[in-house]
Design a protein around this ligand. Structure first.
Ligand SMILES: [Zn+2]
Length: 406
Protein backbone atom coordinates (compact mmCIF):
# COMPACT_ATOMS: atom_id res chain seq x y z
CA UNK A 1 0.00 0.00 0.00
CA UNK A 2 1.25 3.49 -0.83
CA UNK A 3 1.40 5.86 2.12
CA UNK A 4 -0.94 8.79 1.48
CA UNK A 5 0.74 12.03 2.53
CA UNK A 6 -2.36 14.08 1.69
CA UNK A 7 -4.29 12.17 4.39
CA UNK A 8 -2.60 14.41 6.97
CA UNK A 9 -1.80 17.54 4.95
CA UNK A 10 -3.73 18.64 1.86
CA UNK A 11 -1.40 21.63 1.43
CA UNK A 12 1.68 19.46 0.98
CA UNK A 13 2.53 20.27 -2.63
CA UNK A 14 6.02 18.68 -2.81
CA UNK A 15 7.55 15.64 -1.17
CA UNK A 16 10.43 13.16 -1.18
CA UNK A 17 9.80 9.48 -1.84
CA UNK A 18 11.34 6.28 -3.17
CA UNK A 19 10.39 4.29 -6.25
CA UNK A 20 8.87 0.91 -5.38
CA UNK A 21 7.95 -0.43 -8.75
CA UNK A 22 7.87 0.35 -12.49
CA UNK A 23 4.76 -1.64 -13.48
CA UNK A 24 4.49 -3.43 -16.82
CA UNK A 25 1.70 -2.38 -19.13
CA UNK A 26 0.85 -0.28 -22.14
CA UNK A 27 1.05 3.02 -20.21
CA UNK A 28 4.28 4.18 -18.57
CA UNK A 29 3.77 4.40 -14.80
CA UNK A 30 5.54 4.48 -11.47
CA UNK A 31 4.60 3.37 -7.96
CA UNK A 32 6.19 5.07 -4.93
CA UNK A 33 6.44 4.18 -1.24
CA UNK A 34 4.58 7.40 -0.37
CA UNK A 35 2.84 10.12 -2.34
CA UNK A 36 1.11 13.50 -2.09
CA UNK A 37 -0.60 12.89 -5.46
CA UNK A 38 -4.34 12.32 -5.04
CA UNK A 39 -5.73 9.41 -7.11
CA UNK A 40 -9.25 9.72 -8.56
CA UNK A 41 -11.78 8.48 -6.00
CA UNK A 42 -14.91 9.50 -4.16
CA UNK A 43 -15.94 11.89 -6.91
CA UNK A 44 -12.71 13.92 -6.67
CA UNK A 45 -10.36 13.82 -9.66
CA UNK A 46 -6.61 13.18 -9.62
CA UNK A 47 -3.69 15.57 -9.23
CA UNK A 48 -1.12 16.23 -11.93
CA UNK A 49 2.49 17.34 -11.53
CA UNK A 50 6.04 16.09 -11.91
CA UNK A 51 8.31 13.43 -10.47
CA UNK A 52 12.00 14.41 -10.64
CA UNK A 53 15.05 12.20 -10.17
CA UNK A 54 18.61 13.02 -9.25
CA UNK A 55 19.62 12.53 -12.90
CA UNK A 56 17.73 15.65 -14.05
CA UNK A 57 14.90 13.57 -15.35
CA UNK A 58 11.50 15.30 -15.01
CA UNK A 59 8.58 12.94 -15.48
CA UNK A 60 5.17 14.49 -16.11
CA UNK A 61 2.38 12.81 -14.13
CA UNK A 62 -0.72 12.85 -16.35
CA UNK A 63 -3.13 10.72 -14.32
CA UNK A 64 -3.20 9.10 -10.89
CA UNK A 65 -5.35 6.10 -9.99
CA UNK A 66 -5.82 3.81 -7.03
CA UNK A 67 -5.33 0.07 -7.50
CA UNK A 68 -7.61 -2.31 -5.62
CA UNK A 69 -4.77 -3.34 -3.31
CA UNK A 70 -4.23 0.26 -2.17
CA UNK A 71 -1.23 1.11 -4.37
CA UNK A 72 -1.29 4.55 -6.01
CA UNK A 73 -0.34 4.37 -9.70
CA UNK A 74 1.18 7.52 -11.22
CA UNK A 75 0.78 7.43 -15.01
CA UNK A 76 3.53 9.24 -16.86
CA UNK A 77 3.60 11.14 -20.14
CA UNK A 78 6.73 9.24 -21.30
CA UNK A 79 8.47 6.06 -20.14
CA UNK A 80 11.02 6.68 -17.34
CA UNK A 81 14.66 6.05 -18.37
CA UNK A 82 16.90 6.28 -15.32
CA UNK A 83 14.79 5.04 -12.44
CA UNK A 84 14.03 1.72 -10.85
CA UNK A 85 13.10 0.31 -7.44
CA UNK A 86 14.97 2.24 -4.76
CA UNK A 87 15.50 5.48 -6.76
CA UNK A 88 14.92 8.59 -4.62
CA UNK A 89 12.58 11.07 -6.24
CA UNK A 90 11.14 14.51 -5.62
CA UNK A 91 7.43 14.87 -6.31
CA UNK A 92 5.71 18.15 -7.07
CA UNK A 93 1.96 18.42 -7.58
CA UNK A 94 0.30 21.21 -9.53
CA UNK A 95 -0.76 23.55 -6.69
CA UNK A 96 -3.34 25.50 -8.74
CA UNK A 97 -5.16 22.33 -9.71
CA UNK A 98 -4.99 20.97 -6.14
CA UNK A 99 -6.28 24.24 -4.65
CA UNK A 100 -9.17 24.20 -7.12
CA UNK A 101 -10.01 20.60 -6.20
CA UNK A 102 -9.86 21.39 -2.46
CA UNK A 103 -12.21 24.35 -2.99
CA UNK A 104 -14.72 22.29 -5.01
CA UNK A 105 -14.50 19.28 -2.73
CA UNK A 106 -14.75 21.07 0.62
CA UNK A 107 -17.43 23.25 -0.96
CA UNK A 108 -19.33 20.06 -1.64
CA UNK A 109 -19.13 19.01 2.04
CA UNK A 110 -20.54 22.38 3.10
CA UNK A 111 -23.27 22.35 0.46
CA UNK A 112 -24.33 18.76 1.15
CA UNK A 113 -24.52 19.53 4.88
CA UNK A 114 -26.55 22.69 4.14
CA UNK A 115 -29.17 20.64 2.25
CA UNK A 116 -29.34 18.14 5.14
CA UNK A 117 -29.59 20.85 7.83
CA UNK A 118 -32.24 22.88 6.02
CA UNK A 119 -34.37 20.23 4.32
CA UNK A 120 -33.12 16.79 5.38
CA UNK A 121 -32.03 16.06 1.80
CA UNK A 122 -29.08 13.62 1.71
CA UNK A 123 -26.45 13.74 -1.04
CA UNK A 124 -26.20 10.39 -2.84
CA UNK A 125 -23.38 11.21 -5.25
CA UNK A 126 -20.79 13.85 -6.11
CA UNK A 127 -19.28 14.58 -9.51
CA UNK A 128 -16.32 16.86 -10.22
CA UNK A 129 -16.04 17.99 -13.82
CA UNK A 130 -13.64 20.34 -15.59
CA UNK A 131 -16.16 23.19 -15.68
CA UNK A 132 -18.55 22.55 -12.83
CA UNK A 133 -19.35 20.06 -10.07
CA UNK A 134 -22.64 18.50 -9.11
CA UNK A 135 -24.31 16.66 -6.28
CA UNK A 136 -27.34 14.38 -6.58
CA UNK A 137 -29.87 14.90 -3.80
CA UNK A 138 -32.27 12.19 -2.72
CA UNK A 139 -35.49 14.21 -2.83
CA UNK A 140 -38.65 14.07 -4.93
CA UNK A 141 -38.89 17.88 -5.17
CA UNK A 142 -36.56 20.86 -5.03
CA UNK A 143 -37.68 24.46 -5.37
CA UNK A 144 -35.76 27.51 -6.60
CA UNK A 145 -36.17 29.01 -3.13
CA UNK A 146 -34.63 25.92 -1.45
CA UNK A 147 -31.66 26.11 -3.83
CA UNK A 148 -31.12 29.77 -2.94
CA UNK A 149 -31.47 29.16 0.81
CA UNK A 150 -28.93 26.31 0.69
CA UNK A 151 -26.54 28.52 -1.29
CA UNK A 152 -26.98 31.25 1.30
CA UNK A 153 -26.32 28.97 4.29
CA UNK A 154 -23.27 27.41 2.57
CA UNK A 155 -21.80 30.88 1.97
CA UNK A 156 -22.47 31.90 5.56
CA UNK A 157 -20.51 28.86 6.77
CA UNK A 158 -17.69 29.91 4.42
CA UNK A 159 -17.76 33.49 5.75
CA UNK A 160 -17.59 32.22 9.34
CA UNK A 161 -14.23 30.65 8.42
CA UNK A 162 -14.82 27.52 10.49
CA UNK A 163 -11.92 25.08 11.04
CA UNK A 164 -11.93 21.94 8.85
CA UNK A 165 -10.16 19.20 10.80
CA UNK A 166 -9.00 15.72 9.93
CA UNK A 167 -9.69 13.05 12.57
CA UNK A 168 -8.97 9.34 12.57
CA UNK A 169 -11.40 7.14 14.52
CA UNK A 170 -12.40 3.50 14.71
CA UNK A 171 -15.65 2.36 13.14
CA UNK A 172 -17.16 1.92 16.59
CA UNK A 173 -16.28 5.47 17.56
CA UNK A 174 -17.63 6.74 14.23
CA UNK A 175 -20.97 5.05 14.92
CA UNK A 176 -21.38 7.14 18.08
CA UNK A 177 -20.50 10.46 16.42
CA UNK A 178 -23.56 10.92 14.21
CA UNK A 179 -21.87 10.81 10.80
CA UNK A 180 -23.78 11.78 7.66
CA UNK A 181 -22.99 8.27 6.40
CA UNK A 182 -20.48 5.59 7.27
CA UNK A 183 -18.72 4.11 4.21
CA UNK A 184 -18.61 0.32 3.80
CA UNK A 185 -14.80 0.12 4.10
CA UNK A 186 -12.75 -2.95 4.90
CA UNK A 187 -10.38 -1.05 7.20
CA UNK A 188 -11.23 -0.41 10.83
CA UNK A 189 -9.82 3.13 10.89
CA UNK A 190 -11.95 5.89 9.40
CA UNK A 191 -10.74 9.31 8.29
CA UNK A 192 -13.25 11.96 9.28
CA UNK A 193 -13.53 15.50 7.98
CA UNK A 194 -14.92 17.72 10.71
CA UNK A 195 -16.28 21.12 9.71
CA UNK A 196 -16.59 22.71 13.12
CA UNK A 197 -20.11 22.23 14.50
CA UNK A 198 -21.58 21.91 11.00
CA UNK A 199 -20.60 18.64 9.34
CA UNK A 200 -18.83 15.41 10.21
CA UNK A 201 -18.23 13.02 7.38
CA UNK A 202 -15.94 10.10 6.49
CA UNK A 203 -13.88 11.06 3.44
CA UNK A 204 -10.48 10.29 1.92
CA UNK A 205 -10.25 13.44 -0.23
CA UNK A 206 -8.29 16.66 0.01
CA UNK A 207 -9.83 19.60 1.88
CA UNK A 208 -9.00 23.15 2.90
CA UNK A 209 -8.09 23.94 6.56
CA UNK A 210 -10.65 26.68 7.09
CA UNK A 211 -14.00 27.11 5.32
CA UNK A 212 -12.93 30.65 4.32
CA UNK A 213 -10.43 29.06 1.91
CA UNK A 214 -13.35 27.74 -0.16
CA UNK A 215 -13.92 31.38 -1.15
CA UNK A 216 -17.57 31.13 -2.13
CA UNK A 217 -20.16 28.78 -3.61
CA UNK A 218 -22.36 29.54 -6.58
CA UNK A 219 -25.24 27.19 -7.35
CA UNK A 220 -26.11 26.78 -10.99
CA UNK A 221 -28.56 24.49 -12.72
CA UNK A 222 -30.90 22.28 -10.68
CA UNK A 223 -32.56 19.50 -12.67
CA UNK A 224 -34.70 16.47 -12.00
CA UNK A 225 -32.79 13.22 -12.54
CA UNK A 226 -33.95 9.64 -12.27
CA UNK A 227 -33.26 9.26 -8.55
CA UNK A 228 -33.81 12.80 -7.29
CA UNK A 229 -32.41 16.22 -8.11
CA UNK A 230 -28.99 17.18 -9.51
CA UNK A 231 -27.58 20.51 -8.37
CA UNK A 232 -24.64 21.97 -10.24
CA UNK A 233 -22.25 24.27 -8.40
CA UNK A 234 -18.89 25.99 -8.64
CA UNK A 235 -16.70 27.09 -5.73
CA UNK A 236 -13.79 29.49 -5.20
CA UNK A 237 -11.94 30.76 -8.27
CA UNK A 238 -14.22 28.65 -10.45
CA UNK A 239 -17.22 30.59 -9.14
CA UNK A 240 -15.51 33.86 -10.02
CA UNK A 241 -14.47 32.56 -13.47
CA UNK A 242 -18.04 31.31 -14.10
CA UNK A 243 -19.59 34.62 -13.01
CA UNK A 244 -17.07 36.45 -15.22
CA UNK A 245 -18.02 34.29 -18.22
CA UNK A 246 -21.75 34.76 -17.56
CA UNK A 247 -21.24 38.52 -17.37
CA UNK A 248 -19.26 38.60 -20.64
CA UNK A 249 -21.97 36.57 -22.37
CA UNK A 250 -24.74 38.81 -21.05
CA UNK A 251 -22.78 41.94 -21.92
CA UNK A 252 -22.39 40.71 -25.50
CA UNK A 253 -26.12 39.91 -25.66
CA UNK A 254 -26.96 43.32 -24.16
CA UNK A 255 -24.76 45.11 -26.73
CA UNK A 256 -26.44 43.17 -29.56
CA UNK A 257 -29.83 44.39 -28.35
CA UNK A 258 -28.47 47.84 -27.31
CA UNK A 259 -29.90 47.29 -23.86
CA UNK A 260 -28.88 46.85 -20.21
CA UNK A 261 -27.98 43.24 -19.39
CA UNK A 262 -30.93 42.90 -17.01
CA UNK A 263 -33.31 43.82 -19.85
CA UNK A 264 -31.95 41.14 -22.22
CA UNK A 265 -34.73 38.56 -21.53
CA UNK A 266 -37.41 41.21 -22.10
CA UNK A 267 -35.70 42.29 -25.35
CA UNK A 268 -35.51 38.69 -26.54
CA UNK A 269 -39.22 38.18 -25.87
CA UNK A 270 -39.98 41.41 -27.74
CA UNK A 271 -37.86 40.33 -30.71
CA UNK A 272 -39.48 36.89 -30.82
CA UNK A 273 -42.93 38.54 -30.84
CA UNK A 274 -41.83 40.75 -33.72
CA UNK A 275 -40.49 37.76 -35.64
CA UNK A 276 -43.80 35.93 -35.17
CA UNK A 277 -45.78 38.95 -36.39
CA UNK A 278 -43.47 39.47 -39.38
CA UNK A 279 -43.66 35.80 -40.28
CA UNK A 280 -47.45 35.97 -40.29
CA UNK A 281 -47.41 39.14 -42.41
CA UNK A 282 -44.95 37.55 -44.83
CA UNK A 283 -47.15 34.46 -45.25
CA UNK A 284 -50.14 36.67 -45.94
CA UNK A 285 -48.18 38.79 -48.46
CA UNK A 286 -46.90 35.69 -50.27
CA UNK A 287 -50.42 34.33 -50.52
CA UNK A 288 -51.62 37.62 -51.99
CA UNK A 289 -48.65 37.77 -54.36
CA UNK A 290 -49.32 34.19 -55.51
CA UNK A 291 -52.94 35.02 -56.22
CA UNK A 292 -52.11 38.19 -58.22
CA UNK A 293 -49.38 36.38 -60.14
CA UNK A 294 -51.68 33.44 -60.88
CA UNK A 295 -54.35 35.76 -62.28
CA UNK A 296 -51.75 37.51 -64.49
CA UNK A 297 -50.25 34.21 -65.71
CA UNK A 298 -53.66 32.77 -66.59
CA UNK A 299 -54.53 35.97 -68.50
CA UNK A 300 -51.28 35.68 -70.49
CA UNK A 301 -51.75 32.01 -71.34
CA UNK A 302 -53.75 31.00 -74.41
CA UNK A 303 -56.05 28.02 -73.99
CA UNK A 304 -55.42 25.09 -76.34
CA UNK A 305 -58.45 22.81 -76.74
CA UNK A 306 -59.88 24.41 -73.60
CA UNK A 307 -56.76 23.68 -71.48
CA UNK A 308 -54.22 26.23 -70.22
CA UNK A 309 -50.65 25.05 -69.79
CA UNK A 310 -48.55 27.37 -67.62
CA UNK A 311 -44.80 26.70 -67.79
CA UNK A 312 -42.66 29.11 -65.83
CA UNK A 313 -39.20 29.27 -64.22
CA UNK A 314 -38.49 31.76 -61.43
CA UNK A 315 -35.44 32.79 -59.45
CA UNK A 316 -35.38 33.60 -55.74
CA UNK A 317 -38.61 31.74 -55.04
CA UNK A 318 -38.93 29.10 -52.35
CA UNK A 319 -40.66 25.78 -52.87
CA UNK A 320 -43.52 26.92 -50.65
CA UNK A 321 -44.22 29.86 -52.91
CA UNK A 322 -44.20 27.61 -56.02
CA UNK A 323 -46.74 25.35 -54.29
CA UNK A 324 -48.91 28.31 -53.35
CA UNK A 325 -48.80 29.63 -56.90
CA UNK A 326 -49.56 26.18 -58.36
CA UNK A 327 -52.54 25.88 -56.02
CA UNK A 328 -53.92 29.26 -57.09
CA UNK A 329 -53.36 28.51 -60.81
CA UNK A 330 -55.16 25.17 -60.67
CA UNK A 331 -58.03 26.40 -58.49
CA UNK A 332 -58.80 29.70 -60.23
CA UNK A 333 -59.65 27.78 -63.40
CA UNK A 334 -60.91 24.22 -63.88
CA UNK A 335 -58.65 23.24 -66.74
CA UNK A 336 -55.07 24.24 -65.90
CA UNK A 337 -51.78 22.37 -65.81
CA UNK A 338 -48.90 24.23 -64.13
CA UNK A 339 -45.25 23.20 -64.50
CA UNK A 340 -43.21 25.55 -62.30
CA UNK A 341 -39.55 25.75 -61.42
CA UNK A 342 -37.27 27.91 -59.33
CA UNK A 343 -33.51 28.19 -59.86
CA UNK A 344 -32.78 29.59 -56.38
CA UNK A 345 -32.39 29.62 -53.38
CA UNK A 346 -32.83 25.83 -53.83
CA UNK A 347 -33.42 24.48 -57.37
CA UNK A 348 -36.94 23.07 -57.14
CA UNK A 349 -39.93 21.98 -59.23
CA UNK A 350 -43.70 21.93 -58.66
CA UNK A 351 -46.20 20.26 -61.00
CA UNK A 352 -49.97 20.64 -60.54
CA UNK A 353 -53.22 20.21 -62.39
CA UNK A 354 -56.82 21.25 -61.79
CA UNK A 355 -58.73 18.45 -60.02
CA UNK A 356 -60.20 15.95 -62.49
CA UNK A 357 -57.60 16.29 -65.25
CA UNK A 358 -56.19 12.97 -66.48
CA UNK A 359 -52.41 13.36 -65.84
CA UNK A 360 -50.44 11.86 -62.95
CA UNK A 361 -48.24 14.66 -61.58
CA UNK A 362 -46.60 12.38 -59.00
CA UNK A 363 -45.17 9.98 -61.62
CA UNK A 364 -44.34 12.82 -64.02
CA UNK A 365 -42.32 14.48 -61.21
CA UNK A 366 -40.57 11.22 -60.33
CA UNK A 367 -39.50 10.68 -63.93
CA UNK A 368 -38.36 14.31 -64.29
CA UNK A 369 -36.26 14.51 -61.12
CA UNK A 370 -34.77 11.05 -61.77
CA UNK A 371 -33.24 12.44 -64.99
CA UNK A 372 -31.75 15.38 -63.07
CA UNK A 373 -30.38 13.40 -60.11
CA UNK A 374 -32.92 14.81 -57.64
CA UNK A 375 -35.73 13.53 -55.43
CA UNK A 376 -39.43 14.17 -55.52
CA UNK A 377 -42.99 12.91 -55.89
CA UNK A 378 -46.52 13.65 -54.83
CA UNK A 379 -50.15 12.99 -55.58
CA UNK A 380 -52.00 12.80 -58.87
CA UNK A 381 -52.79 16.54 -58.80
CA UNK A 382 -49.78 18.08 -57.02
CA UNK A 383 -46.13 17.07 -56.85
CA UNK A 384 -42.85 18.63 -55.79
CA UNK A 385 -39.18 17.88 -56.30
CA UNK A 386 -35.71 19.12 -55.47
CA UNK A 387 -32.75 18.89 -57.81
CA UNK A 388 -29.04 19.42 -57.22
CA UNK A 389 -28.49 22.06 -59.93
CA UNK A 390 -30.58 24.70 -61.67
CA UNK A 391 -29.02 23.81 -65.05
CA UNK A 392 -31.57 22.31 -67.39
CA UNK A 393 -34.68 23.27 -65.39
CA UNK A 394 -36.31 24.93 -68.39
CA UNK A 395 -35.57 21.99 -70.70
CA UNK A 396 -36.91 19.60 -68.07
CA UNK A 397 -40.20 21.54 -67.82
CA UNK A 398 -40.48 21.45 -71.62
CA UNK A 399 -39.85 17.68 -71.68
CA UNK A 400 -42.43 17.16 -68.95
CA UNK A 401 -45.02 19.13 -70.90
CA UNK A 402 -44.47 16.85 -73.91
CA UNK A 403 -45.62 13.83 -71.92
CA UNK A 404 -48.87 15.38 -70.73
CA UNK A 405 -52.09 13.59 -71.76
CA UNK A 406 -54.55 16.36 -71.94
ZN1 LIG B 1 -14.20 15.10 1.32
Amino acid sequence: MTQRLYYHDSFLYDFEAEVREIPDGPRPAVILDRTAFYPTSGGQVFDTGTISTGTNEDLNVTEVVEAEDGRVIHYLEAPPKNIGPGTKIHGQIDPTRRRDHMQQHTGQHVLSAAFVRLYGMPTVSFHMGNDYCSIDLDTPTLTKDQVEQAERLANEIILENRPVQIRFVTRDEAGKLGLRKIPPAERDELRLIDIHEFDLNACGGTHVNQTGQIGCILLRKAEKVRQGWRVEFVAGQRAVATARRDFSTLTEAGATFSTHIYDVPQQIRKSLDEIRTLRKQREQSLEELAEVQAIALLAQTQATAGRRLVIRTFSEREMNFLKLLAQKLTRLDTNVVALLGSTSPQPSLVFAQSPGLPNDMGSLMKATVANLGGRGGGSKDMAQGGIPSSDGIEAALKNASASLNG
